[in-house]
Design a protein around this ligand. Sequence first.
Ligand code: NAP
Length: 262
Amino acid sequence: MGLLTGKVAVIFGLANKDSIAWGVTKAFHEAGATIALSYAGEALQKRVFPLAQEIGCDFVEDCDVQSDAQLDNIFAKLKERYGKIDVLVHSVAFARREDLGGRFVNVSRDGFHLALDISAYSLIAMAKRAEPLMTDGGSIMSMTYYAAEKVMPDYNAMAVAKAALETITKYLAVDLGPKQIRVNAISAGPIKTLAAAGIPGFRNLIKHFDAVVPLGARVSQEDVGQAALFLASDMAKMITGEILHVDSGYNVLGLTVPRDTE
Ligand code: NAP
């Protein structure tokens, strides 16, 4: 019997096999969860359907998280199919390329709204719709990044979105706590994915990360998947409002100098 046997987990943000959401999906599947998947846009359909097949998942729905109507639709379908849900994973983010990189003062009003809407507000919109379906309590989680805490080059609009996402996590944790719905975020180290490719200096960032992190190794999608499994399971039943760093220890460094490898 797996840690999530008998649980229904809904995962938003699967784009391809490099997605963090795929690392989470695999971990949940191996732990016995029934999985429902959501992706954005027809273009992704042909990449997402074969992945869903790999884990025997037949609930795969297109949903743009900017659309209340599409969110209503997917949660109505979840209710119809499963009656209740236990776990919700938000692994979604977007900012326009011009709002990533360059001077921070040049972040546009439109671009700011867009990044915050897709990458942060959507967690509130999902939690509101998940709450009535989490009748036995539940676990909601999202994916954040250290740029919310400290200035990282080029993250600009996305850094502000992640700061909002982390604060939303804490407010939701308090709001939903009485219903035994836990809300946490995983702050993952840099991982090569489609979304990460939009950050101009990402290659240098990841090289620097590799050279300085205490654990001496890069974080993988699978590492995030295992942490997500912990948060989804009863092992984390008294943990809520937490930002869990899965970053090889990067966040504890005061001075990021390359490790002495001798
Ligand atoms: P990814 O595979 O590109 O996943 C991002 C997902 O967000 C994609 O499925 C994307 O779909 C979706 N998305 C964007 N706009 C959307 C919208 N309007 N409606 C619904 N979905 C939308 O990249 P990832 O790195 O795994 O990102 C997953 C999460 O992890 C993000 O929150 C990201 O910020 C976070 N994170 C990533 C890293 C990293 O280094 N990779 C580190 C820390 C945290 P489309 O492709 O169709 O736009």
